[in-house]
Ligand binder design. Structure first.
Ligand code: RP5
Length: 166
């Protein structure tokens, strides 16, 4: 059974959603990835959202762009956390997606990450699962440590070669 459902409104969302999947892969978290459009195929969408709990999902990561109703509609049906990823759009720069996803009515929250924030959605899903999984929590601590080491390495290089050669 997959622990996380990753769903996107279109294959054009894939480059961003892949970043969430990459993080889950790195941390050994199982997931199912689907392309399902709430607007273009509402019956398929309802089937997906209504069966998500039975499939074992503990979190859904939903990404969509423009009038981005997919994450909010997942949250309306799925009883556990939903993380929304607003897609960048050429017409409105992703503000359309962001506002559609973040401005949920009281009672139906969507934990919304930054525009195109695929990796952070994966990390947030992992953190939610880590509240009841000490092994995963340790992996996340290691991941955070590796971020710090990356910055230290970058600064070390800057000190060695100077900004012009960096
Ligand atoms: C949304 O419309 C999708 O999530 C996507 O971000 C956007 C554009 O979809 P396509 O026209 O590229 O299929 O439903």
């Amino acid at each position: 059974m997959a622990q996380v459902g990753i769903v996107m409104g279109s294959d054009s969302d894939m480059p961003v959603m892949a970043k969430a999947a990459d993080i889950l892969d790195q941390l050994g978290i199982s997931y199912e990835m689907r392309i399902i459009s709430a607007h273009r195929e509402p019956d398929e969408f309802f089937e997906y959202a209504k069966t998500a709990e039975d499939k074992g999902f503990k979190v859904i990561i939903a990404g969509a762009g423009m009038a981005a109703h997919l994450p909010g509609m997942c949250a309306a049906i799925f009883p556990m956390p939903v993380i929304g990823i607003p897609m960048h759009t050429t017409s409105l720069g992703g503000r359309d997606s962001l506002y559609s996803i973040v401005q949920m009515p009281t009672g139906i929250p969507v934990a919304t990450v930054a525009i195109n924030g695929g990796a952070n959605a994966g990390i947030l899903a992992a953190k939610i699962l880590a509240t009841s999984d000490p092994t995963l929590l340790n992996k996340l601590k290691e991941y955070t440590k590796s971020l710090k080491e990356t910055v230290i390495e970058k600064d070390k290089k800057l000190q060695e070669v100077g900004y012009k050669q960096y």
